[in-house]
Design a protein around this ligand. Sequence first.
Ligand code: SF4
Length: 227
Amino acid sequence: MGTPLETREEQAVEIVDRLEEAYPDSTISLRYSNRLELLIAVILSAQCTDERVNQETKALFETYDGPEAYANAPQEELAEALSSITYYNNKAKYIRNACATIAEEHDGEVPDTMDELIELPGVGRKTANVVLQHGHDVVEGIVVDTHVQRLSRRLGLTEEEYPERIEEDLMPIVPEGYWQQFTHLCIDHGRATCTARNPDCDDCVLADICPSERGDSEIDLASGDPW
Ligand code: SF4
């Protein structure tokens, strides 16, 4: 078991420093070339890998080229185009309805405020944060996905379980200039080393400051269960 730094602020800063060194090119892995494509890719990525989404969106983005095209696509046709993606029926519905709202109420432009974005079908705070950060260069919060959720708990930054509560805990302790990068660093480390089922603590740059480190700690703080 590692020993966390004295305060959560210090722990957060140290984690960011070390992960930045380990993953200097960390960034979003979804592919898109405009804000609408970004929004659609993020909606599709819920409970689906970015890799799979990227495979599907290549053809999708060539077929449909604006909010009206998605809004007017028949439900079955769009669902069929997304059929290798989890919950493709629901996601097709969200995309059609979100695009109809964008076309009718926002002059065809993806909104640039949290309030307007979360009004769109299928868009929660997490999706809105990604779109604001990468589509509009507006950083209003921290995107808490499954990796951020797991690592923040394992590393003792929060004891909360739900993404919105975790975000509230993280915002005061992660330096504001790193709110966006914090997510990508956690995702990279979560994929490469601190995986959900079998984290490689022996080869982890955070082992000495991680209270869940498997060498001595008996508990995975992410789940609260024994390793
Ligand atoms: S890999 Fe192990 S030591 Fe590293 S952050 Fe995850 S649980 Fe902690």
